[in-house]
Structure formats: structure tokens, C-alpha cells
Write a protein that binds this ligand. Structure first.
Ligand SMILES: *[C@@H]1O[C@H](CO)[C@@H](O)[C@H](O)[C@H]1NC(C)=O
Ligand SMILES: *[C@@H]1O[C@H](CO)[C@@H](O)[C@H](O)[C@H]1NC(C)=O
Ligand SMILES: *[C@@H]1O[C@H](CO)[C@@H](O)[C@H](O)[C@H]1NC(C)=O
Ligand SMILES: *[C@@H]1O[C@H](CO)[C@@H](O)[C@H](O)[C@H]1NC(C)=O
Ligand SMILES: *[C@@H]1O[C@H](CO)[C@@H](O)[C@H](O)[C@H]1NC(C)=O
Ligand SMILES: *[C@@H]1O[C@H](CO)[C@@H](O)[C@H](O)[C@H]1NC(C)=O
Ligand SMILES: *[C@@H]1O[C@H](CO)[C@@H](O)[C@H](O)[C@H]1NC(C)=O
Ligand SMILES: *[C@@H]1O[C@H](CO)[C@@H](O)[C@H](O)[C@H]1NC(C)=O
Length: 434
């Protein structure tokens, strides 16, 4: 009976995923662009554009945002600070000494690098387009730039463009809406405000980003020597990828990668050949059982040769996370999306230690162990309860093995006593498994 119930639970979880444009773990998550009119000089205007990542765990990593829009009239950008347009475009209608910064009808703006010349900077600029998630680094989830542009010569109701895009796969932006003007204060006593403020909201959809999963989960436990690998064809089928993956032990073809800071688009993944063909594998190992606690080890492996994952994060769902006691080597924060359920947590790397998941060529993975309290009445090693309900990497849901394959508890179990021996066997097998 219990078995049927658990299977039923899992099949429900599986059938509601992947999510279509709405993330149940971060229902209000969005990226907001604000357009502040700072001053109006007749035919020209100064604006400050800011991009805020209001998402709990999804972040904008390298190569960063590329903000685009379509001018409604014949606007041109004369000057820009804290960012730059990728193309100047055709400015031949201007005959003067000074040419505009950008005459494109649909400009694409990219962030400047940290350390840009001082006279090109503005406050909160120059982060190479990278935006942290709100939880990971509340001081780095926003970015701003300023520009001066010519208003269109036709009369329009507003001087704000339309059809915004942020140049990161998966996001769709709504049309701008006017909101109360942004206010700032220097001393907390007097507040000043801009002339007008408009907002554009962009939301993420995994399906739009890529219908193909980007990561998978493998499982093992000290009480069973079976390692349940990632499901076959999780991200692609090996038969379809011959010649497009790197065999274990072989070195990848000489990659003609541009210098990382100069790339503007994310390279296509080049992965290690495997049954699952995923660029990222997350392994969940039930490592040990103590009297009142149990221990899990989680290993994230980057099998992609062409990408370093900076500021990566994991979101995991397991009912015992409510009783988490200690997390080693990763940062941890509970995500209490539904009041006090507390079964979801976010994990991310420690700055300068393991916040960068290096490309597979460098053969690096990151790992954590955690101790959880065995809640009486809840805790069991039976029926796959010790395994996660859901895992996502950088906000994209990972493919899980089917519950009927989970490592099973032996019938007569003196598990604690045998744990360390089986653990070593498991670790040896694990190191052979790709
Ligand atoms: C975007 O996120 C912010 C901050 O969480 C929230 O206040 C706002 O309502 C969200 N906007 C939409 C349209 O969901
Ligand atoms: C914005 O997009 C719509 C729909 O694609 C298009 O009809 C319209 O011309 C675009 N606006 C501008 C200013 O290009
Ligand atoms: C540049 O724009 C002018 C008009 O503004 C046009 O006459 C000319 O053909 C354009 N040049 C190109 C290469 O598109
Ligand atoms: C723009 O509007 C002003 C006043 O509303 C009017 O005087 C002017 O002729 C209009 N210009 C155009 C190009 O429609
Ligand atoms: C990843 O980072 C390492 C160390 O910073 C660097 O040597 C390597 O070129 C980077 N790899 C890619 C694919 O960008
Ligand atoms: C869940 O977390 C919240 C905030 O961290 C805490 O106040 C609450 O007591 C927790 N609930 C349980 C059941 O642990
Ligand atoms: C699991 O344990 C928690 C805290 O002790 C309790 O609130 C909850 O009702 C238990 N759930 C079940 C299904 O027993
Ligand atoms: C380990 O788990 C597998 C998969 O569920 C199962 O087939 C096997 O019988 C288990 N081994 C033992 C010793 O129970």
C-alpha cells in the first residue's frame, strides 16, 4: 500500500513537470527594467535604465544580458555611460563633427566590464552583464546605465520605445507601463524624484529557454551497492550524438573559444559522451545513518567542455529539509514558498572557493554533505523516501530516475554497521561511473 502511495506521489510530481512559464518555487520571480526620465532638454532627454533581477534563484550569468528595444520614431542615442550599443549603425544623416553613439532602429545594449574607464561609469554599472539572484547576493542583483537621446520628431504619446528583450534565452518581456516616479534620498530627510518612470517586466519560461533538459540526477545509498544512473537520453540520446560528444579519456578537439570576456552568446554545449548526454549531473548519495541523524552527500559534475558555470545554484525539494542540521561547503537558505512547509532549500557555492563550476576539461566537480535530523514519525529509508522529490540546477529542472529503480533497502538490514564498507565500494564504483 505504502509503495503504491509513494509511486503515485512521484508520478504526480513527474506529470506536472516541467513547468510552463510559471515556476511554482518562485511564482513572483521576474526581471524588471526601469526607465527613469532624468531631464528633458527640448529635443533631447537623459534617462537612467536599470535592470533588476527579482528572482529568488535564477540568475543571469556570463555572457550576460543584452538589452534590446525598438524605437517608435527616428530616435538616436547620442551618448551612453555604464553600457554601450553593440553597433553604431548608419549615422550618415548626421553631418556634424560629433556622430551619435548609436543610430540603430533596434539597438542592442551590453554592459561594460568591471574597471571600465572612470568617465564611462555611472553608479551601479559595469558588471559584464552578470546579475546575481536575490538570495545569492542581494548587492549584485541590479545594474544601471545612463544615456542621452534625441526624442522622435513625430509627436508620440511617450518617448519610450517598445518590444523590449533582454537577450537571455527563455525570457519574454511585456510592454512598458508607467509607474509612479522613482525617488531617491541622500540623507533620509529630503527625497528627490525623476520626471517620469516606466517599467518593463520580463518572465522566464524553461520551455521557451530550451525544451531539452540541461541536467539529470543519479542516486545511490550506503545500504545498496547499486548506483542508479541518470536516465538514458535525459538530455539527448547517445545514438543521436555520435561525433558531437567527447569520449571519456579523450581530449576535446582544439576549441576555438574566444576569450571568455569577449563572448556575447553562450556557446553550444560540448559534452562528455554518456547515456544521458547532459552537461550537468547531480548525484545524491545517502551516505550514513546515525542514531538521530542521517547524512547526504551531493556532488555536481560539469560535463560540458565549453562552459564554466559561475554563481551556480541548486534548488532541492525533500520533506526532511525542514530538519536540516548542518550543511558543509555550500551556502544554504530555505525557500518557504508555501508558508511553513519548509521542504525546499537553495544551495550555492562559497565565493572564491566553489562558486565556479569549471568546464569539464578541467575535470572539476563541487560537493557538499549535510546532516538531517530523523524526525520521528516521518523519517524512513524505505520506499525511496530518502531521495529528493525534485532538483533544479540554475533554475532548470533536472531529469530524475524513475522511482521503481531507486536503490532498495535489503530485506534484513543491519545497515548502520555495514554502512562504511558499502560506502567505499560505492565510492569506487562512483568514480568509475560517468
Ligand atoms: C516582479 O517582482 C517584484 C519583486 O518581487 C514584485 O514586486 C512585482 O510584483 C513582480 N512583478 C510582476 C509583474 O510579477
Ligand atoms: C513591435 O513588435 C510588433 C509585433 O511584432 C510590431 O508590429 C511593431 O512594429 C514593433 N514595433 C516597432 C517600433 O518596431
Ligand atoms: C544610410 O542612411 C541614409 C539615410 O539616412 C540612406 O540614404 C543610406 O542609403 C543608408 N546607407 C546604408 C548603407 O544603408
Ligand atoms: C506636435 O504637437 C504640437 C503641439 O501639440 C503641434 O504644434 C505640432 O505641429 C505637432 N507636430 C507634428 C509633427 O505633428
Ligand atoms: C574556465 O575557467 C578557467 C579558469 O579561470 C579558464 O582557464 C578556462 O579557459 C575557462 N573555460 C572556459 C570554457 O571558458
Ligand atoms: C519554516 O521556516 C520558517 C522561517 O524560517 C520558520 O518560522 C518556521 O517555524 C519553519 N517551520 C517549520 C515547520 O520548521
Ligand atoms: C513530520 O514531522 C513534522 C514535525 O515533527 C510534523 O509537523 C508532521 O506532521 C510530520 N508529518 C507526518 C506525515 O507525519
Ligand atoms: C538494490 O536496489 C536495486 C534497485 O532497486 C534492487 O534491484 C536490488 O535488489 C537492491 N539490492 C539489495 C541487496 O537489496
Amino acid at each position: 500500500m505504502g509503495n503504491v502511495l509513494i509511486l503515485l506521489f512521484f508520478s504526480v510530481t513527474i506529470s506536472i513537470s516541467p513547468s510552463f512559464g510559471y515556476d511554482t518555487l518562485d511564482p513572483a520571480g521576474n526581471i524588471t527594467i526601469t526607465w527613469d526620465f532624468l531631464s528633458d532638454n527640448g529635443d533631447r532627454t537623459d534617462v537612467k535604465v536599470s535592470i533588476y533581477n527579482f528572482q529568488l534563484f535564477r540568475h543571469v550569468e556570463r555572457p550576460g544580458w543584452r538589452l534590446g528595444w525598438a524605437w517608435k520614431g527616428d530616435e538616436v542615442i547620442w551618448q551612453m555611460w555604464g553600457a554601450e550599443a553593440t553597433e553604431q549603425g548608419n549615422c550618415s544623416r548626421f553631418k556634424g563633427k560629433e556622430l551619435p553613439h548609436c543610430c540603430e532602429k533596434e539597438p542592442v545594449i551590453i554592459d561594460l566590464m568591471p574597471g571600465a574607464p572612470y568617465n564611462m561609469q555611472v553608479a551601479n554599472c559595469c558588471k559584464r552583464g552578470v546579475l546575481s539572484s536575490m538570495i545569492q547576493d542581494p548587492s549584485k542583483f541590479g545594474s544601471s546605465f545612463q544615456m542621452n537621446y534625441n526624442k522622435a520628431s513625430t509627436n508620440d504619446s511617450s518617448y519610450i520605445p517598445e518590444n523590449f528583450t533582454i537577450g537571455v534565452p527563455g525570457y519574454t518581456c511585456a510592454e512598458p507601463v508607467q509607474v509612479p516616479p522613482s525617488k531617491t534620498t541622500k540623507d533620509g530627510r529630503r527625497w528627490t524624484q525623476v520626471l517620469e518612470t516606466w517599467k518593463v517586466t520580463c518572465v522566464y519560461s524553461q520551455i521557451l529557454s530550451s525544451p531539452i533538459p540541461k541536467c539529470c540526477v543519479s542516486l545511490s545509498a550506503f545500504y545498496n551497492s547499486t548506483i542508479v544512473p541518470c536516465p538514458k537520453c535525459s538530455c539527448n540520446c547517445p545514438e543521436l550524438a555520435t561525433g558531437k560528444c567527447v569520449r571519456p579519456g579523450e581530449s576535446p578537439p582544439l576549441l576555438q573559444l574566444p576569450r571568455e570576456e569577449n563572448t556575447l552568446v553562450e556557446p553550444q554545449p560540448l559534452v562528455m559522451c554518456s547515456q544521458h548526454m547532459c552537461p550537468i549531473r547531480v548525484h545524491w548519495h545517502v551516505k550514513q545513518s546515525y542514531k538521530e541523524y542521517w547524512r547526504i552527500k551531493i556532488t555536481i559534475t560539469n560535463l560540458n567542455f565549453v562552459k564554466n558555470y559561475s554563481q551556480w545554484n541548486l534548488v532541492m525539494l525533500h520533506p526532511n529539509l525542514r530538519s536540516i542540521n548542518q550543511v558543509f561547503s555550500f551556502n544554504y537558505q530555505p525557500l518557504n514558498t508555501y508558508g511553513d512547509t519548509n521542504d525546499t532549500g537553495m544551495f550555492w557555492g562559497i565565493q572564491y572557493y566553489n562558486d565556479m563550476l569549471l568546464a569539464s576539461g578541467d575535470s572539476v566537480n563541487v560537493q557538499t554533505e549535510m546532516l538531517l535530523h530523523k524526525d520521528p514519525g516521518n523519517f524512513t529509508f524505505k520506499e525511496g523516501w530518502a531521495f529528493p522529490r525534485k532538483i533544479s540546477f540554475n533554475g532548470d529542472e533536472c531529469v530524475m530516475p524513475s522511482p521503481d529503480e531507486y536503490p532498495r533497502l535489503p530485506n534484513t538490514a543491519h545497515v548502520a554497521a555495514r554502512s562504511s564498507c558499502i560506502f567505499y565500494v560505492t565510492m569506487i564504483l562512483l568514480s568509475m561511473l560517468i
